[in-house]
Structures are given as structure tokens and as C-alpha cells.
Design a protein around this ligand. Sequence first.
Ligand code: ATP
Length: 360
Amino acid sequence: MVSVDQVLSTLSLVIDPDLKKSIVSMGMIKDIEINGSELKFTLELTTPACPFNDEIEQDVRKAIASIKEVSKLDLKVTAKVMEGRSLSVDQMLPTVKNIIGVASGKGGVGKTTVSVNLALALAKTGAKVGLLDADIYGPSVPLMLGMNKAAMEVDNNKLQPVDSHGIKVVSFGFFAEQAHQAAIYRGPIISGILKQFLVDTNWSDLDYLIVDLPPGTGDIPLTLAQTIPITGIVVVTTPQDVASNIAVKAFGMFQKLNIPIMGVIENMSYFTCPKCTEKHYIFGKDGAKRMSEKHELQFLGGIPLNPGIMEGSDSGRPVLVSDPNSTMSQSFMAVAKNVAARCSVLASQLSDEMKDAAAN
Ligand SMILES: Nc1ncnc2c1ncn2[C@@H]1O[C@H](COP(=O)(O)OP(=O)(O)OP(=O)(O)O)[C@@H](O)[C@H]1O
């Protein structure tokens, strides 16, 4: 009969392609049961959005198939999102495993469109997701999610996020009166509002909190970076070199603050002609990819240009809701999986650092 040790040593040869670590050392193998030649266990992945889910499962099945004493495998695959921020030291938001800021160098590159669809895509994989619209000067999340009439309630001195398509949303746009005056608010007031949205909201348990930041490097990104430990920042850009160069400045600030740059998302990468189905690189090809390589950042994927996305955004039906099987939605799903994978890598590094600190 096969032993637990034999199972674990066979499975320890399976390496997570992202984390570059053995799935056994990452604690992904749980609840092993052996009954004669029948083997049962759970493979617990680091995120339901892992782009390598299938590959890891296949590798596990192959490894077990090499054990001649096992005639039948009952494999359950689950996922538990890892903590990409040190919850043990963060008393302010201890139920949110990962906070991801979405930044851009300049306005109008599609940062909010990406934030909304990234949040929806992560939720679609089964993760618990929140979306904080931190663009206090021009909150457009309510419009994009068709929540213009939504209002946030306060319960036990905590703001209650509003549910939309399975994600929990907080936006300054829900305070219609104040939102009109936002343009006249100055640094300290704006920082105070953001802190309240982060900390005085009843987010409950979240795997990922996406924070849609205003463009540039003003008070809000700075407040986010300085208020609370965050997992990292993703930078949205368009293929034009000019936009990419501005993006470089944006992430330079985060790097100075020791905030990891998780990678770069290119929006409006190309347009597919509906008649000839050929891809047209209207703003140039691979601008963001080249920028990522130059600055040793991860390229998290490209989103095509599609006039339908504008109509969907204006009518409150994001593409992931209105047309979940479209190429557009698939590209958002692919980007979301890469973002989740980066979170797992950062979480694994954090866990190593904490272990090292505890050992010293
Ligand atoms: N891939 C795309 N294809 C077509 N239109 C897009 C795409 N991405 C965004 N848009 C449109 O571009 C406009 C700007 O997008 P969005 O508001 O997301 O940008 P932003 O960077 O958040 O802007 P701001 O700096 O004003 O906050 C919107 O009308 C949106 O619908």
C-alpha cells in the first residue's frame, strides 16, 4: 500500500510555474486519505484565478499515475487566496487579503474601465472582490456599473458597500451632493475621505480589493501608499510612447515608496476590423510591452479597442456582464488571471520574509 510520505515525495516534484516552488512546500496538498489502492486528497491552489490551474492539476495527476500502488485517484481542486499584505501587522483592514491599486500616468487611458472589468473578472473566477473608486475628483464607477442612483448606508458607524454584479463597491459618487463639490477639495480633506473609505467601510472578507486611483501622482495615490500596507500597483497605459513615458513617472513614485509594481496593462492595444477580422494597431504595436521589458516589469496583457465598450460603460453594463464570452471579456479574464498570479507571487515572498523574520 502506498504511504503518505510516498505521495508527498512524489508530489513534491510538481512545481508551481509562477511561484517556482514545490506544491508540497507551499502547503497545497491537503487531507490525504489512503484506502487500499485508492487515494484521495485536496489540491488547494493559491487563487481561483490562477492561470496555471489546469497545468498544475494535470501535473499532479501525472505524478500520481506514476505510483504503481495507486489504482484510483479522487482529487478535489479548491483555492484559497493567499495574503499579499501582512494582515498580522495591519489592524486597520485585517479582513482584506490583497489590495491592488490601479494607476495611470495620465487621464483617459481606460483606468476605470480596466478597474471595473478586472474586479468583475476576478469575481467571476470565484474570488471575493471589492472595488473602491478612489477617483474622488471624477468618480465614474457608479456610471459604469449602472449604479447612479445607489446610496451608501451607514451601520454601526461603518459604511456599507453597495453590491453590484457580485462585487462590493464604494464610491464618492454615491454621495451625490458632496461629489459635485469634490473639485474644490484640497489635499488633507481628500486624504481623509480616502482613509475613511478604506478603513471605515464594512468590507468583510475580501480576497481582492481593487482601488481605482485618479490619474497621475497626486495626493490620493500617495495617501493610499502611506496609509495601509498594499499588495501592489498595476499601471494602465495605452500603446503610444507618450502615454507609456508618463506611466514610467507614475510607477517611479510607487517604487520610491517601496510599493511593488505588479505590472503593466495595455489598453486599446489594437482594433479588430469587423469586416476583414484583421488586427489594426492604431496607436502602434507593443508600446507597453517594450516599456515593461525596458523597466523589468511584468506585462500583464493587452485589452483591444472596441467601441462597444464605451456604449456599455455609458449605459452601466460593463462588457463582462453584457457579453461575457466576447474576445474583449476573454482579454479581461486573461489579464485578471495574470494579476491574481502576481498577487500569489508577492504573497509567497511576503510569507518567506515573515518566516525569516520569525526565525531571527
Ligand atoms: N478598450 C477600449 N475600447 C474602447 N473604448 C474604451 C476602451 N477603454 C476605455 N474606453 C473608453 O474611453 C473613455 C475613458 O475611459 P475611462 O474612463 O475608463 O478612462 P480613465 O483612464 O479612467 O479616465 P479618467 O482619467 O478620466 O479617470 C471611456 O469613454 C471608455 O468607455
